[in-house]
Design a protein around this ligand. Structure first.
Ligand code: API
Length: 295
């Protein structure tokens, strides 16, 4: 892996959703899908849910402090990542000594602000709710789309909400959150033809009007410990169904996220922790002949 090995990185996570972060502000970083997959391997690579590059802002968003590029563990480049936006926001604020930064993504610009020690609030912008914005392959009411899992006459789960936070989400309301059900159902739906760009699949159990337990089978990464955009999508979908207010604590495997669908701006604010795990240099190992060989 001549172009990647030796590149410094920072390993971070937000509620356990973990990232390898590369600084590409002054030196381009353009791994191909195969290299991303190799780096994502938790045995022979660095291991991560998403790979993140911090790049100079794009001409389309000159007021942004930086552009955040996201790859899923499966090698696919995607629009955005909520938990990573908190981590990158924290890094940029630490570096600049400011209390807020604008981070542009393929899913649109966002604003990150300090919310306490190692806690960041990200204004994720407005949810996109039209079927063409999810996107879906046919016109449907995104408050409850025609989709189900299980026998036609006795579905196990059905009529999920559909929301885009710059990336596509479908949210089922159910109390079945065990690994087998989430993994089995999520992997079935992730590439369903109703979602031309694939989809992140949320399983939300509404515990109270201000509290949701959520697990997410992520597009391109599988079952993760947390999904920031998924938590935003779950709150928006729940409120649209009259199941919660406009604010809720979303309890994910790796912690809690506070989500607020602001009535005045229509924007979704996500607040949660950031954690630095370690630093290192990119490399992958090929096990050839039983002897690890650095490439
Ligand atoms: N799997 C997502 C990207 C990462 C989203 C998630 N990790 C988050 O914190 O928002 C997608 O393909 O759209």
């Amino acid at each position: 892996m001549p172009r990647m090995s030796g590149r410094p990185f920072v390993k971070m996570n937000g509620c356990g959703n973990d990232f390898v972060v590369v600084d590409a502000l002054s030196r381009p970083f353009a791994p191909d899908a195969e290299q991303v997959r190799a780096l994502s391997d938790r045995r022979t690579g660095q291991g991560f849910d998403q790979l993140i590059a911090i790049e100079p802002s794009r001409p389309e968003q000159p007021t942004a402090d930086a552009f955040m590029r996201v790859w899923n563990a499966d090698g696919g480049a995607v629009q955005t990542c909520g938990n990573a936006l908190r981590c990158i926001g924290w890094m940029l604020m630490e570096a600049s000594g400011t209390d807020s930064v604008v981070i542009d993504t393929l899913g649109g610009p966002t604003v990150a602000r300090r919310a306490g020690p190692d806690r960041i609030t990200v204004d994720m912008g407005p949810p996109r709710l039209d079927w063409t914005q999810i996107p879906l392959s046919e016109e449907m009411d995104t408050r409850g789309i025609e989709l189900q899992i299980g026998p036609i006459d006795a579905p196990l789960i059905h009529t999920p909400g559909a929301v885009s936070m710059g990336n596509p989400h479908v949210v089922f309301f159910t109390d079945r959150l065990d690994d087998a059900f989430v993994t089995g159902s999520g992997s079935l739906i992730e590439h369903h033809p109703l979602f031309p760009e694939g989809v992140n699949v949320g399983f939300a159990h509404v515990l109270a009007p201000d509290r949701i337990r959520l697990r997410v089978w992520e597009r391109g990464a599988g079952l993760t410990k947390a999904c920031g955009t998924g938590a935003c999508a779950a709150l928006v979908a729940a409120h649209r169904r009259g199941l919660t207010g406009r604010r809720a604590t979303v309890v994910v495997d790796g912690g809690e996220l506070d989500i607020d669908w602001d009535e005045t701006t229509g924007h979704v604010l996500m607040t949660g922790p950031v954690e630095v795990e370690r630093t290192g240099t990119l490399s992958v190992y090929a096990i050839s002949g039983g002897i690890p060989a650095r490439r």
